[in-house]
Design a protein around this ligand. Structure first.
Ligand SMILES: *[C@@H]1O[C@H](CO)[C@@H](O)[C@H](O)[C@H]1NC(C)=O
Ligand SMILES: *[C@@H]1O[C@H](CO)[C@@H](O)[C@H](O)[C@H]1NC(C)=O
Ligand SMILES: *[C@@H]1O[C@H](CO)[C@@H](O)[C@H](O)[C@H]1NC(C)=O
Ligand SMILES: *[C@@H]1O[C@H](CO)[C@@H](O)[C@H](O)[C@H]1NC(C)=O
Ligand SMILES: *[C@@H]1O[C@H](CO)[C@@H](O)[C@H](O)[C@H]1NC(C)=O
Ligand SMILES: *[C@@H]1O[C@H](CO)[C@@H](O)[C@H](O)[C@H]1NC(C)=O
Ligand SMILES: *[C@@H]1O[C@H](CO)[C@@H](O)[C@H](O)[C@H]1NC(C)=O
Ligand SMILES: [Cu+2]
Length: 570
């Protein structure tokens, strides 16, 4: 009898396993990084692309699938690719940030990224993680639910990926090099783009304007990705309400809004129902800029949402109607941003358990700094300085000899230290009038070590050094719960009791409010070296980063996999 039951149990288990694995697919792709001529804003210039496409190829997978992406570098720059928001459980070798988890893929070389999507659904994206190359090297990564698993909302008729970007008339590496040379802020972009096109409010852009066709009455899913290099953005669609259903590959309780704000690195999934009179409506995006006295690109990119009945009649010779331009908030409208942000609540049934007991309580100040220098061409920051940025006053310096992960895995000494401070080295009025004596950060390659499985809370506190500013802070290898947010200095006595432990947003990139703070929690259940940084690339270049070193736990499932044989060498 017992053996019959055992046999039955075995058969059920076998059927279950084969059901699970039969559904998981392995997707092979070849990504050739190359120079590609494109024409924008009345001029042709050669940009770096993947497979000649701008934006790059869209990857479409299901939860549980494996991606095998062979990257061939046929361009003249070092490059790496990052799969933004993918947890990379035990596969930190495939994460991508240059000199953090790998050495760059040099011109003529190749590397194969191999990773599995584990328990993630929604919109993510991929981009270069090597100097500023992500300005043009990026694409969408769409993760559908497993076969038979429904969305927690009405199934959209189709998906429209919307990639917001930034365009420079000059070669992006020259823009970066000039900023590195002078120490001043980099030149701002010349245009924003929607799926690679600036839209018809810019010169010479009418022909390329992106058009998205919808049928009257249908509901579509816009998968909005902010791929801009240095700019947080507002996004809206004329006359249509947006129903927000997901952020950074996590579902939220649906709510409607006219406008969203999205930081670089973030994604927002919104449902849009074509319930307006048949016509043509602009989608528009422009800056949310919070730094004081800082230049920003004040232009507006557009694309067109077009009802199909209008497309048909214009094909038959009827004059096409001029699209309606929607209003957008003022560039510094933080009230609108706060009201929007406060509406985001996750779907508790989809997010697992929010950590309540905290093992590691960390407090990181984040923001800019200035380094004094001798007046001259390399000292063009404000009042004889060069710009810097830091977390807990440490401006992050990347190693050059090898990557942090390789140094850790192979026990190479002298590449990093593990003394990143858990709290600010100096306590001061972070968002007040900060003494000039505190503005110059220290420099180092400091990691913070976490035990496998520890529960972590980080208070991210903006500072007023140089200027307060809204910073999109991204953590690699994890998503986290955003349990609180506010303005001014974080006050544990006042603010902790107000934490949301019921339905906090789940994200991989959090906009730390201008002159304020955000508190995140996560469980350190993914061993490896994981970069945390501002997703504004100019701030990252100035040192706004740190890394966690998460130790292995017990057994194979809690241990980093061996490095792939083709891992690039420095
Ligand atoms: C940056 O802008 C300045 C002023 O407009 C211009 O002179 C310079 O050539 C620009 N540099 C680059 C690299 O675009
Ligand atoms: C930005 O441009 C708009 C017009 O598009 C203008 O009204 C506004 O004053 C500009 N703002 C800044 C700060 O330049
Ligand atoms: C936004 O900027 C305008 C100047 O363009 C200024 O008059 C206004 O006070 C600013 N608003 C906020 C909330 O900072
Ligand atoms: C630079 O100096 C001027 C004049 O002293 C001052 O008004 C300004 O605030 C200073 N800027 C910075 C960023 O320190
Ligand atoms: C900020 O503090 C400095 C001295 O540390 C003082 O000279 C300055 O007036 C203060 N500024 C404001 C706006 O309070
Ligand atoms: C950062 O460190 C530098 C160098 O030790 C020091 O001069 C500065 O006051 C520190 N600033 C803060 C905010 O801790
Ligand atoms: C490209 O990467 C190699 C290996 O790390 C390095 O030696 C070289 O300096 C890099 N080139 C540039 C331009 O950064
Ligand atoms: Cu930043």
């Amino acid at each position: 009898m017992a053996s019959v039951i055992n046999l039955l149990a075995y058969l059920v288990l076998a059927a279950f396993l084969s059901f699970c694995f039969a559904n998981a697919e392995i997707h092979h792709h070849q990504f050739v990084v190359q120079q590609t001529p494109v024409n924008r804003l009345c001029r042709t210039r050669s940009i770096i692309t993947v497979n000649g496409q701008f934006p790059g190829p869209t990857l479409e997978v299901r939860d549980g699938d494996t991606l095998v992406i062979n990257v061939i570098n046929a361009a003249r720059y070092n490059i790496t690719l990052h799969w933004h928001g993918v947890r990379q459980m035990r596969t930190p070798w495939a994460d991508g940030p240059e000199y953090v988890t790998q050495c760059p893929i040099q011109p003529g070389a190749s590397y194969t990224y191999r990773f599995t999507i584990e328990n993630q659904e929604g919109t993510l994206w991929w981009h270069a993680h090597s100097r500023w190359l992500r300005a043009t090297v990026y694409g969408a990564l769409i993760i559908y639910p497993k076969i038979g698993v429904p969305y927690p909302f009405v199934k959209p008729k189709h998906d429209i990926p919307i990639l917001l970007g930034e365009w420079w008339n000059r070669d992006i590496i020259s823009v970066m090099r000039q900023a590195i040379f002078t120490g001043a802020a980099p030149n701002v972009s010349d245009a924003y783009t929607i799926n690679g096109e600036p839209g018809d409010l810019y010169p010479c852009s009418r022909k390329g304007v992106k058009k998205f066709i919808v049928k009257s009455g249908e509901t579509v899913l816009l998968r909005i990705i902010n791929a801009a290099l240095n700019q947080e953005l507002f996004f809206t669609v004329a006359s249509h309400m947006l129903t927000v259903v997901g952020n950074d590959a996590a579902y939220n309780k649906p709510f409607t809004t006219r406008v969203i704000m999205i930081g670089p690195g973030q994604t927002t999934n919104v449902l849009l129902t074509a319930n307006q009179p048949a016509g043509r409506y602009y989608m528009a995006t422009r800056a949310y800029a919070t730094a004081q006295n800082a230049a920003f690109d004040n232009t507006t990119a557009t694309a067109i949402l077009e009802y199909d009945s209008v497309s048909c009649s214009s094909k038959q010779g009827a004059p096409s109607t001029k699209p309606v331009l929607p209003p957008l908030p003022a560039f510094n409208d933080t009230n609108t941003v706060t009201a929007y942000t406060n509406q985001v609540r996750s779907l508790p049934s989809k997010i697992g358990k929010v950590p309540v007991h905290i093992d590691e309580s960390l407090f990181f100040t984040v923001g800019l700094g200035l380094v004094n220098c001798i007046p001259g061409p390399r000292c063009q920051g404000p009042n004889n300085t060069r710009f810097a940025a830091s977390m807990n006053n440490v401006s992050f310096v990347l190693p050059r000899r090898t990557s942090l992960l390789q140094a850790y895995y192979q026990n190479i000494p002298g590449v990093f230290t593990t003394d990143f401070p858990p709290v600010p080295p100096t306590v001061f009025d972070y968002t007040g009038n900060v003494s000039r004596a505190l503005w110059q950060p220290s420099f180092g390659t400091k990691l913070y070590k976490l035990k496998y499985g520890s529960t972590v809370q980080i208070v991210l506190q903006d500072t007023a050094i140089v200027s307060t500013e809204d910073h999109p802070v991204h953590l690699h290898g994890y998503h986290f719960y955003v349990v609180g947010q506010g303005f001014g200095n974080f006050n544990p006595g006042r603010d902790t009791p107000n934490f949301n432990l019921i339905d906090p947003p789940v994200r991989n990139t959090i906009n730390v409010p201008v002159g304020g703070w955000a508190v995140i929690r996560f469980v350190a259940d993914n061993p490896g070296v994981w970069l945390m940084h501002c997703h504004i690339d100019s701030h990252l270049g100035w040192g706004f980063a740190m890394s966690f070193l998460v130790e292995n736990g017990h057994g194979k499932l809690q241990t980093i996999e061996a490095p792939p044989p083709d891992l690039p060498r420095c």
